[in-house]
Design a protein around this ligand. Structure first.
Ligand code: M6R
Length: 590
């Protein structure tokens, strides 16, 4: 988590750094800071809270300098405070470091440095990097950085500047994301592409174990031994506009409304090239992912088992990594991750690869670590997703998983027709936004929610509950409706809204019985079903309709009203929808 940025060039560094930090704020927003080299001195400014606090504190200050680094923090070591905000410096304030990730052996390094008399100013792991670089410096920043990284353990990316060599920024990647942006007479470093999009579309993603040495004139790349590495330049197809709000109140709302388009883009993207992966060639498939991507994996399991008839296990990446899952040759691991940088997913998939499994990454960010480190990649074409709550990346993940599952079937053409209809059907649901707003009005003050579904809509119940929890801070549970009677039904009373997904699929009748069980305990049913379903309408206190579709495609439809419901409730509660508390968009720590 945390966002880092670096700039060196012909322009003034400060506005570039602040703009880039705003676009990286989704990665963390506990504190922010910048360091600009001004007249061979480091100028530092840090503030607790969001970037706007930092911007406020800089108002009226004239800071001129053409090189600098910046940081937006998601706290790991040390509470969110000004003292722990980055950049961190050495004692003489000649070296400044911004860092994303964790230096696992920082306590040992800290003790070692303290024994040598070094005084620490913060509780962070980052500060050891600044002191070590200062200690190792003998006139060449790159040399000092290379010596320092050999002492660090963990997953991290950092950028460093020194007043001794104005005009130079050195960046390091080991486990956390870092990209270089190539401009004309200026170069950039950042944790993610949107940060630098207004300036350049030429991007070079760094691999783990690489260092980038930036000056305004050019960028050189090295491995940790100091050997030059060859890099390819990637041209980004996103534009700046697609990373902005476009008239919507929040990114999340804009991203929900983009779904018809990006589902279409993802279908076209999938169809534009032959799939390298034939799922029938594997004895077993493991899907590893976190959060919303994990829920996409759960739906994928149903599709793959139904269409391909290969057994699928879906495992939280954080559990897979330290479990004893027998994985090896003959297995396919599908690693699903919007960012392609989630630490748990990344480390788990490389572990599976080492043990002989093939890894297929399903990512949204081209050039992300998972994309580069996997045997095969499939892309969602969702464009940049800024809202912390995943929405359009979920429905596009589903779209690609569905296409993958059907791609080698005899009746492929027929099944394809179904999914080609989905963008239009999602559009129809979005046109019903006012109704969902009304439902949100009614239920915004409730303290607990249950979400029920069965079969393909069970993962959607989980996803609906996750959306509500993460942006509205209301307690919500997703549950397979048939399991209710084994315990959770005890929770039902007349204060419990139960969002019940009951579309006309193979479990429709079963869902109706489960809804009866809820009603007879006075639960408040919010039905999500087919728009022409008069039976469900009668059973529901409130009803949200979705159009008819092929049974297997319903999850891509039923999730949309649940995203909107969560959004509207959080918005009515006046919460920070795009940057909910305690969260970050990309979780690059374990
Ligand atoms: O980038 P990833 O898809 O790997 O991210 C996984 C989760 O961190 C992510 O889905 C998270 O749960 C979202 N906040 C959900 O809205």
């Amino acid at each position: 988590m945390c966002g880092i940025v670096g700039y060196t060039g012909k322009g003034e560094a400060l506005p570039v750094l602040l703009g880039a930090l705003e676009r990286l704020e989704y990665r963390g927003y506990d504190s922010a800071g910048v360091c600009v080299i001004e007249n061979k001195k480091l100028f530092l400014e840090k503030k607790k809270g969001k970037i706007r606090e930092l911007v406020r504190s800089l108002l009226g200050k004239k800071i001129l300098g053409k090189t600098g680094i910046g940081h937006t923090r998601w706290a790991t070591h040390g509470e969110p405070s000004e003292r722990n905000a980055h950049p961190h410096t050495d004692e003489r304030e000649e070296f400044a470091v911004v860092h994303n990730g964790i230096v696992e052996n920082f306590l040992q390094l800290r003790e070692e440095l303290q024994k040598e008399g070094v005084k620490f100013k913060s509780d962070t792991d980052t500060e050891v990097i600044a002191h070590l670089i200062a200690k190792n410096y003998e006139g060449d920043l790159l040399e000092a950085v290379l010596k320092t990284v050999k002492r660090l353990r963990g997953a991290f990316a950092f950028a460093v500047v020194t007043s001794k060599e104005p005009g130079r920024v050195v960046g390091v990647k080991e486990g956390s994301p870092l990209i270089v942006g190539l401009g004309e007479g200026e170069n950039f470093l950042a944790s993610d592409i949107p940060a630098i999009l207004p300036y350049t579309k030429k991007v070079v993603p760094l691999n783990d174990g690489e260092v980038a040495d930036l000056t305004p004139e050019g960028v050189s790349f090295y491995d940790f031994e100091g050997n030059p590495t060859k890099k390819e330049v990637m041209l980004v197809s996103w534009d700046v506009v697609s990373a902005q709000k476009g008239g919507f109140k929040h990114f999340m709302l804009k991203e929900i409304y983009e779904q018809p388009k990006v589902i279409g883009d993802s279908i076209r993207g999938f169809l534009s090239k032959e799939t390298e992966v034939d799922l029938r060639n594997y004895r077993r498939i493991l899907i590893i992912a976190c959060g919303t991507s994990y829920h996409a994996g759960l739906v994928g399991k149903y599709w793959i088992e139904r269409f391909v008839r290969v057994p699928v296990e879906v495992i939280y990446a954080s559990e897979f990594r330290y479990g004893d899952y027998p994985v090896g040759e003959g297995d396919l691991v599908i690693a699903i991750s919007q960012s392609g940088e989630t630490a748990d997913t990344k480390f788990s998939s490389s572990m599976a690869k080492e043990r002989g499994a093939k890894v297929l990454a399903l990512v949204n960010v081209v050039g992300s670590s998972l994309d580069r480190e996997s045997d095969f990649t499939l892309y969602t074409h969702a464009g940049p997703e800024v809202g912390v709550a995943a929405t359009k990346t979920f429905t596009t993940q589903l779209t690609v998983l569905y296409l993958l599952a059907i791609s080698h079937l005899k009746d492929y053409e027929e099944l394809l027709k179904g999914i080609l209809e989905v963008p239009r059907l999602v559009e129809k649901i979005l046109n019903n936004g006012e109704k969902i707003k009304e439902v949100a009005q009614k239920y915004q003050k409730f303290k607990n929610f249950l979400y029920l579904g069965r079969y393909l809509n069970y993962p959607i119940a989980l996803e609906g509950a996750l959306k509500l929890k993460e942006i509205s801070y209301i307690h919500a549970e997703g549950y397979p409706a048939g399991e209710m009677k084994h315990g959770p039904i005890a929770l039902i009373d007349d204060k419990m809204p139960v969002v019940s997904i009951a579309v006309k699929d193979r479990v429709y009748e079963k869902m109706l019985s489960n809804i009866e069980e809820v009603l007879s305990r006075k639960g408040i049913v919010i039905g999500v079903g087919n728009e022409d379903d008069e039976v469900l309408k009668k059973k529901s206190k409130d009803f949200i309709g979705v159009p008819r579709a092929r049974e297997e495609l319903y999850p891509i439809l039923t999730v949309v009203p649940l995203q909107l419901l969560a959004y509207e409730i959080a918005n009515l509660l006046g919460l920070d929808v795009d940057q909910p508390r305690n969260l970050a968009k990309t979780v690059t720590v374990e």
